[in-house]
Ligand binder design. Structure first.
Ligand code: DX5
Ligand code: ZN
Length: 220
């Protein structure tokens, strides 16, 4: 799966940005609050406008403090997947339950330096694991390959039937990095600049998907 990140699109033309990526599996929307990360992007009113303007399932990545208070609104608005940060959630089990009860999939994200093991049990309550491969906050950063160890561990547990999460990766994914991520076992690749920086975003998605498919085939 490829999830283009509209963080790299023109914020004055978000409906057109969604239209430009018709073949996308998910549309990744980065919500940043200027507290959990040193950047401020958009919030629920803009997400609602995006939801009304596209049929692509919306993948909300909440880089915010106090997701226990704010995440449910995104699920109730109709987001397909709502991801909160493990570092920010106070009661992640209740949060996942509430997100799911509102009809969305629940995602848990970990920053590059956050270990995977302490969250394994918790992940039984979640549908998606979002492994950050850059420090959250900005698009266009360089991929951190060390996080692939966490992807491999998650992949092993999923393949063994011990977890049922979609393994998603976010940050620095492009034609140079997607193959190693696919080989490590990623299911869903977020790509911002690699998609919206391309002359033809829809073609860029196809090319990334083809590359990932070949590498996934090699690894399994
Ligand atoms: C970073 C965001 C990412 C960002 C990825 O904090 O979570 O989704 O848009 O952008 P690229 O693909 O350019 O690294
Ligand atoms: Zn993101």
């Amino acid at each position: 799966m490829i999830a283009p990140s509209i963080l790299a699109a023109d914020f004055a033309r978000l409906a057109e940005a969604a239209d430009a990526v018709k073949g996308a599996d998910w549309l990744h929307v980065d919500v940043m609050d200027g507290h959990f990360v040193p950047n401020l992007t958009l919030g629920l009113p803009v997400v609602k406008a995006i939801l009304a303007s596209t049929d692509i399932p919306v993948d909300c990545h909440l880089m915010i403090d106090d997701p226990d208070r704010w995440a449910l609104g995104y699920a109730e608005a109709g987001a397909h997947n709502v991801t909160v940060h493990a570092e920010a959630a106070a009661d992640p089990v209740k949060l996942a339950h509430d997100i799911r009860a509102a009809g969305a999939k629940a995602g848990l994200s970990i920053k590059p330096r956050t270990p995977f093991e302490p969250y394994v049990e918790l992940l039984s309550h979640y549908d998606t694991l979002l492994v950050m491969s850059v420090e959250p906050g900005f698009g266009g950063q360089e991929f951190i390959p060390e996080v692939l160890d966490k992807v491999r561990k998650a992949r092993r547990l999923v393949d063994a039937g011990e977890l049922t999460v979609i393994v998603e990766i976010d940050g620095g994914i492009n034609s140079d990095t997607i193959e190693q991520a696919a080989e490590a076992g990623v299911d869903c690749f977020v790509a911002g600049s690699a998609v919206y920086g391309a002359a033809d975003p829809a073609k860029a998605i196809e090319a990334l998907r083809d590359q990932a498919r070949v590498s996934t085939g090699k690894a399994r």
